[in-house]
Design a protein around this ligand. Structure first.
Ligand code: IVH
Length: 701
């Protein structure tokens, strides 16, 4: 019995880590959070508690010990970003690790924080209370009074160099004024997009038919990684600084350090207050909980920091947080509104999702009219009825979600909605497999919604990027011209122009876009096939691992499991997909149409570009470590395992070993990013084609 319990706990820990890693990537790298901050923090707190209670399952690698990273990973999904986003920046280590903050939603825990500090410290101390700005973290280095470098947080150890972009932000001084600044120092803060800039940008994006940003935070962090500094300048970003790293420029208190920074012309918030006890802290929190609605930028809480530097030194840090600060976060805004009706939508995989139609209600700057109910279990859990008043929140501030029903206002006689037993689109009886939360329509070949859904997915921007909207998919299908993606490639101008509303030019543009899609790289073709559970990231990993469609189609579940991040469910899904003769036939037709079905082997470069260089690699890259080592050797370089004085440079990928980075810094050995390394190699023909492994993913933006 005991062993069983242990197994469950271990499973829960593994599950929580996976969910947190995935959502951290969505938040920090893709700028597209899928769950709310509150849900994320709740899961993180559950994992922290489990790891504390069961230290035998603790792991150095756990998200409880790492700060969320904004660096692109080889398995990341660059397609999720807007075009023009730079995927590879030069990377540099931070002089001091860039940590995160412990956070809480409860005043009780703020009291605990204060009590713990008082217990450890033998002197009196004060608190600096500040707004928690909801933007993206930045670290500025000033050298001799001039802005020298700006790095993103990265993984906390190494950040992306965004100096050129940061120079375009109008309230960041290039040169300091006044006097007394240290020769070199790092000052940290947040890049924000004020609501006015955000609204202007989104209005423009809608006019250009670009996807609008979900919230100012995403807009700020997306803008910071743009290719064109001029465009960054036009986006109206803004900066606020709140922490001098290292020794606080020698000041005795944080307050004095920030006051001095302000006198040097640096943008420091004037909303900070020194508090002497918990009741003053509570007053500050209460005041800003409402007053923040009148600020021109987004905030998501209050940061409470111990003000005296000597006290901070006594308290120190955990692996992830300072022990001298805590963030009190405000819960997401909620709205109360009425459920008018419930629709049941059929997706491309046949999954049926209940969606509530709501009486329109304003929430965090937009009007909410619909909210997802996820599945039948969720509906039952909420015990929702038509006519109910419900609380709506924005999950990750994107997809509105119903979080609770106000039962006290339930209209008399309201009956529970009945989840359909047959497909609302084609009438086929729905099925629900064991372990599945959703009901499915099994009529994948005949259900119009599923067929159209697959076409829309195939043509999507992140897949084959064919210029067409849902309406085109609808029209092509309902007129009997297209039943599966491969049919698209047999369309001709004559047939297109027979459709209502199509003219010479629109038909030509559509055909040109189809032709262009033939050069979409293989990982995106694999994603476009719409295999269940195979998102962009998984598709890329599977494609890079197996290199061509035939190897994937003939792979066993066991060999599929060898791909990083592919678990049992995904492996089975891929395996089953290719066992279905209809899918095999579709793939053959797409191949015959000329779509890319392989990674195309890079022609092994051979040069002397790295002759006599001794190179240490650390971290992960866009190609496997073995491929990277082979690349070094093929260009005349030597791989060595440890950093020494003889090392020519440390080639640092994603998450390089902190020890190697430290050693390199200590010995003055250069640290080079993958992007810069690739620039050292001769440009080959394949590289220009975008098929060279190092630049492959650039072509997928
Ligand atoms: S202090 C070593 N102060 O919130 C601690 N952080 O959720 C340095 N943030 O990583 C951080 N407003 O990006 C600090 N007034 C403030 C802040 C603030 C926003 C961000 C920061 C931090 C994150 C933690």
């Amino acid at each position: 019995m005991r062993a069983m319990e242990d197994k469950d706990i271990k499973q829960r820990i593994v599950y929580l880590r996976a969910v947190l890693e995935e959502n951290s990537r969505k938040y920090y790298v893709e700028n597209a959070p899928a769950i709310s901050d509150f849900e994320f923090d709740t899961l993180m707190h559950e994992l922290e508690a489990l790891e504390a209670q069961y230290p035998q399952y603790a792991s150095e690698d756990s998200p409880t010990r790492k700060v969320g990273s904004d660096l692109e990973q080889s398995g990341g999904s660059p397609q999720a970003m807007e075009p023009g986003i730079r995927r590879e920046f030069a990377q540099y280590p931070h002089a001091h690790p860039m940590l995160s903050l412990a956070n809480t939603y409860s005043i009780g825990e703020v009291e605990d924080f204060a009590a713990r500090a008082a217990k450890t410290l033998d002197h009196g101390f004060t608190y600096s209370c500040e707004l928690k700005f909801d933007g993206t973290a930045i670290c500025l280095t000033y050298r001799d009074g001039k802005l020298f470098r700006a790095l993103t947080r990265g993984d906390g150890v190494i950040g992306d160099d965004v100096t050129d972009n940061v120079r375009q932000i109008s309230n960041i001084p290039q040169t300091l004024k006044g006097s007394g600044w240290p020769e070199e120092f790092e000052i940290r803060g947040e890049i924000l997009m004020p609501y006015s800039s955000f609204d202007r940008l989104n209005a423009q994006r809608l006019r250009d038919e670009d996807q609008p940003f979900a919230n100012p935070r995403n807009a700020a962090s997306g803008s910071l990684k743009l290719l064109d500094p001029g465009e960054v300048g036009r986006r109206g970003l803004w900066c606020t600084l709140y922490h001098i790293a290292g020794d606080n420029a020698g000041f005795a208190t944080h307050e004095e350090a920030l006051d001095a920074a302000s006198s040097w012309g640096l943008p420091v918030s004037d909303k900070r207050r020194i508090c002497h006890n918990i009741s003053e802290i509570k007053q500050y929190i209460d005041y800003w909980d409402t007053e923040r609605r009148n600020l021109p930028y987004a905030t998501d809480g209050i940061v409470i920091k111990i003000n005296e530097i000597s006290a901070r030194e006594a308290l120190g840090f955990t692996a992830k947080f300072p022990r001298w600060a805590v963030a009190y976060k405000f819960k997401a805004e909620q709205a109360l509104t009425e459920v008018l009706s419930i629709d049941y939508q059929v997706g491309r995989t046949g999954a049926v999702t209940p969606v509530a139609n709501l009486s329109p209600v304003p929430l965090s700057g937009t009007v909410v009219k619909r909210a997802t109910l996820n599945n039948a279990d969720q509906m039952a859990l909420l015990d929702i009825r038509i006519g109910d008043m419900v609380y709506v929140e924005k999950g990750g501030e994107i997809i509105p979600k119903i979080t609770a029903v106000e039962k006290s206002r339930r209209p008399a006689g309201a009956v529970p909605p009945v989840f359909p037993t047959v497909c609302p689109d084609c009438g086929t009886p729905l099925v629900r497999e064991e372990d599945e939360a959703k009901w499915f329509c099994p009529n994948s070949d005949g259900c119009p919604q599923q067929i159209k859904g697959r076409l829309v997915h195939f043509m999507g921007r992140k897949a084959m990027n064919i210029i067409a909207g849902d309406a085109t998919a609808d029209q092509l299908f309902s007129k009997g011209l297209v039943k599966s993606p491969a049919d698209l490639y047999s369309l001709d101008k004559y047939r297109l122009m027979s459709l209502e509303g199509w003219k010479d030019r629109s038909a030509e543009r559509f055909l040109a876009s189809l032709a262009e899609s033939k050069s979409v790289p293989f990982p995106r073709v694999l994603f476009a096939l719409g295999i269940r559970y195979v998102g962009e990231t998984t598709a890329k990993e599977v494609a890079v691992h197996f290199r061509d469609i035939d190897s994937i189609a003939s792979a066993t579940v066991e060999t599929l499991l060898e791909v990083p991040d592919v678990g049992e469910v995904i492996a089975r899904s891929i395996h089953e997909f290719f066992r279905d003769p209809r899918h095999a036939g579709e793939v053959q037709r797409l191949r015959a149409a000329g779509l890319r079905m392989s990674m195309e082997e890079p022609t092994g470069p051979s040069s002397e570009a790295l002759k006599d260089l001794s190179i240490v690699i650390s971290g992960t890259f866009s190609i496997s470590r073995d491929e990277m080592k082979a690349l070094i050797e093929a260009n005349g370089g030597k791989n060595s395992s440890g950093v020494s004085k003889k090392t020519s440079f440390l080639l640092a990928g994603e998450k390089p070993g902190p020890e190697k980075v430290r050693k390199a810094q200590e010995l003055g050995v250069k640290i080079i990013s993958e992007a810069d390394f690739m620039k050292m190699l001769p440009q080959t023909d394949t590289e220009e084609d975008g098929q060279f492994p190092g630049s492959l993913f650039d072509t997928m933006i």
